[in-house]
Design a protein around this ligand. Sequence first.
Ligand code: GCO
Ligand code: MG
Length: 405
Amino acid sequence: MSMQITDVDVLVTSPGRNYVIVRIETAGGLVGWGDATLNGRELAVRSYLQDHLAPLLLGRDASRIGDIWSYLYKGAYWRRGPVTMTSISGIDQALWDILGKAAGMPVFQLLGGRARDRLMAYPHASGLTVEASIASVAARLEEGYRAVRVQAAVPGLLTTYGIHRGGGSYEPAKSSLPEEEAWDTPAYLDFVPKLLAAVRNELGFGFNLLHDVHHRLSPTEAGALGRSLEPSRLYWMEDATPAEDQSAFALVRAHTTTPLAVGEVFNSIWDCQQLITSRSIDYIRCATTHTGGITHMRRVLALAELYGVRSGLHGPSDVSPVGMAANVHLDLAIPNFGVQEFMGYPEATAEVFTTSYRLVGGHLEIDDDVPGLGVDVDLDAASRYPYDRKYLPVNRLLDGSVHDW
Ligand code: GCO
Ligand code: MG
C-alpha cells in the first residue's frame, strides 16, 4: 500500500468551541487526523499549516514520522514556539494515526502496548462559595472520579479563574475580544487554604485533591501557599508561578512538600529540561497537541521518567478529542503515568468527533481493536460550525496593571 502523502487539509470548526484539525491522506487511501488547536490563536496555526507546512509534505512517505518531524523542526530554522510546535503536532498526530491504520493497530500498541488497563482521570469542580465547591467535588466523586481539581470564587473579587459566574460549566475563551478580570493576591492567599481545608473536612482524604494556581504567584508566595496547604495533602498544586522561569520552581520546592505540577503552556523539551533534571517538579503537564505531537511528547515523558517525574497531561476542552486521544495513547503506554486531566467538551463536539476512548466511572478506557488514534471526524457536521473568534481573558491587578492570567 502506498504511503505517499497526497493531500493535507486543515479544518477549523467550532462545535461549542474552536478546534483546528489536520487531515492527511495517502495514495493508498489512508486518512490520518491530528489536533492543532491553539486556544485564541487558531488562525495563525491554520496559516502556518496551510501556507508553510502542507507544500513540504506532498509526495513524502507518511511512515517516515521521525524524519518528517526533524525536517519540520530543524528545517524552519526558527525553532519552537506555540504556533510552530502546535502545527508540527497536528501533522505528527495525523502521521501516527496513519501508521496505526496501516499496521491495523491502535497507536498505544506501536508505543509498546498497554502498561495499564485504564487511566485515572480528573475533572474540574468549582463553585461561587465554599459550600457550592464542596458540593461540586462531592458530585464528581459520586460519578466515580478518584481525583478532582477544585477552584472557588475568591471573596471580594468579581471574577476568579475556573469559575463560571452563572454557576454553569466554565469555558475561559468566551468573548470575541478579551474580557478583563481582576486579581488580588492577598485575598487569594487568605482564601485558598480555607477552601481546601473545608473540602478535606467535609469529604475526607480518600481521594486525590488538586488545585490550579494558574501562574499568578511569585516563588515566595507560592512557597508560602504550598506550606499552608500541606495539611490538606494535595495531589498537586498546579502552575504555582509563571512557567517560563524554570529556576523559580526550585525556590518553591525549597519551601514546601506540596507536590508541584507545571507544563500546560510549554511546547518543547527545552522548556522543562531544567525543571525535570533539577527535580523541582513532581508532574509534567504538557499537552501532546502543543508539544510537537507524540514524537516529541514521548521524549519529554522519557526524560521525566529518569527523574521520577510523572505525567498529568493537559486535557482542557481546548485540546480537541483528537489531541485527547493522542494523550490517552501515550498515557497507556508509558511507565510513569500519573493522572489524565479530562475537562469534558461542549455537547456539539460529539456531533463532529467520535472516539474509541471513553470515560467510565472516572477512568478513561479505550478499545483494543480500533486502529490508529481511534477518532473519526464528521466533515459535514464540522462544516455546520464555522470558526467563531474567541479570546482568553486578560488579568489586571486592582491598581490596573496587567498581571499573569
Ligand atoms: C487547565 C488549564 C486550562 C487553561 C486553558 C487555556 O488546567 O486545564 O489551566 O483550563 O486555562 O487550557 O486555554
Ligand atoms: Mg491549568
